[in-house]
Design a protein around this ligand. Sequence first.
Ligand code: ADP
Length: 256
Amino acid sequence: VRIAPMTLETLNPIEPLFLLSFRDISELRRLDRMRSDFVANASHELRTPLASLRGFIETLLGPARADPKAQERFLGIMLDQANRMSRLVDDLLSLSRLELKAHIAPDQKVDLAPVLGHVRDSLAPLAAELDVTIDLHLPEEQILVVGDRDELVQVFENLIENACKYGQEGKRVDIYLRHTAEGGTEVSVVDCGPGIPTEHVPRLTERFYRVNIEDSRSKKGTGLGLAIVKHILTRHRARLVVRSELGKGTDFTVRF
Ligand code: ADP
């Protein structure tokens, strides 16, 4: 609490003598902690593949110098680690760009059906590799929302890619575009995978939050996908609703 005395010149008989101003310091502290946790997490995520790269380079310069087979294997692992670092840097850049962006102009309209078709086509190779079928269920009429096309592509790419990767054993992913009873629009991405334990659901959109870190790493995750989704949806005044049942599957619905 700061108490600022007013000078006699500014004093008006009916104005109070002191001005009390309240500032919620605990909120500022929380934001500060979140920021430093984020930097610590990002550094840790980058340091791990970097340490592994350094180890392999030392081995290649030393013990594996005359072993072409080992060299080939190690170079493959090094390429994977370098790719992992690139994905992480790309996601970090996406997040920081989103933080700097202005609000979305209300006259920017996006036709959702072609956006979903585009995302499905761009993920077709991954789906084929994982043996997952992606089905798109569209209404007869055109559905437009106010938004930024590229950002919405990024949202649905993340959700549909996650559904293919983490719901792989269910073999199918269904995408529904529809009007809601309240006059809004929603897109649901539904998989038949193992589901997410309830206690994890509220934290999924936190940066670097993963249900199973090894599973995410092996599936080329960075832990930033849903944080980016949440950021973009907030800019669009849209909400992400997650429903999941263990052993049955998961439904990520975006409500505009
Ligand atoms: P990642 O880069 O690890 O995929 P995300 O932020 O996209 O990070 O997702 C966070 C975590 O949520 C994932 O690591 C995974 O554990 C879980 N997850 C996301 N989508 C699904 C899904 N459809 N089914 C089961 N788990 C999921």
